[in-house]
Design a protein around this ligand. Sequence first.
Ligand code: UDP
Ligand code: MG
Length: 314
Amino acid sequence: MDKISIVVPCYNEELSLPYFYDAITSTAESMKENAEFEFVFVNDGSADKTVEVLRELAKKDSRVRYISFSRNFGKEAAMYAGFKATRGNLVVVMDADLQHPPKLIPEMYEGIKKEGYDCVATRRVKRLGEPKIRSFFAMRFYSIINMLSDTNIVPGACDYRMMKRKMVDAVLEMSEVNRFSKGIFSWVGFNTKWIPFENVARVAGETKWSFKKLFAYSLDGITAFSTAPLQISSFIGILFCILAFIFGMVTFVKTLVFGEPVAGFPTLICVILLIGGIQLLMIGILGQYMSKMYVETKKRPIFVVKETEEDLNE
Ligand code: UDP
Ligand code: MG
């Protein structure tokens, strides 16, 4: 008999949770011959009644466990806390809004049990209901990060996946504070089967991702899994040295042959501005990495727990 742990990060999901619970319990019911389930909900500092809903679910169903954070720590931290709490030999992570259809779980289970994969993950193939411009930037993001990083990131890869215990333990070993799970899942390796699925609309509530947040998240992903931007400055530095040398030679010869008078003040200003700009940009890139290092060296906890289902018995 297998034990499947379902990890569900929840931030302001009071409206979706009842639907989610219905859907996931009927999936569990359909698989009861092969596996037993536990549901680990992580309340990521919701401002609504999410924790009340979770308390009620935990009271009536002993398979439901929950961890409630002291404030909002972000989905990455919620997934980490959830993984840490799981006891199953197979672990699934999925969103609470039913955008990750529970009907794929039996298929994932087959992939691991029959086909021998370590992980079965999902990939969004259609980006329906998403602004065109956002899809465009998403695709650019995947091509840039794959160009800069050795860790391969599959376009459209979702967090929604089932993993064997060994892989979950490897993910937990990566205890960095700046967490970028698309990269982390890929970095740990293991054989992954990809199931394509089509995007469905959220069942209730609304998305927590603005364009600005996604953009910042993608930059975090690049700095977390690539140091290539740090090498750009050396490359540009060498290029400019060569250019300067050639320009110097040309000027020298020109002065000897034609005896050219002093000129070219605008050119001078342009060159100074260009080089100054590039230098500031490179210092900025250095700063990005340094700020990440600064945060990591503090070794702050990834999340802080305020309440779990065990507190209900007190
Ligand atoms: N989430 C979270 N903490 C956050 C933001 C989101 O735990 O700070 C959860 C959220 O409750 C949901 C999942 O992460 O279960 C995905 O969030 P959302 O549906 O807002 O993202 P989208 O599907 O639009 O990418
Ligand atoms: Mg969603």
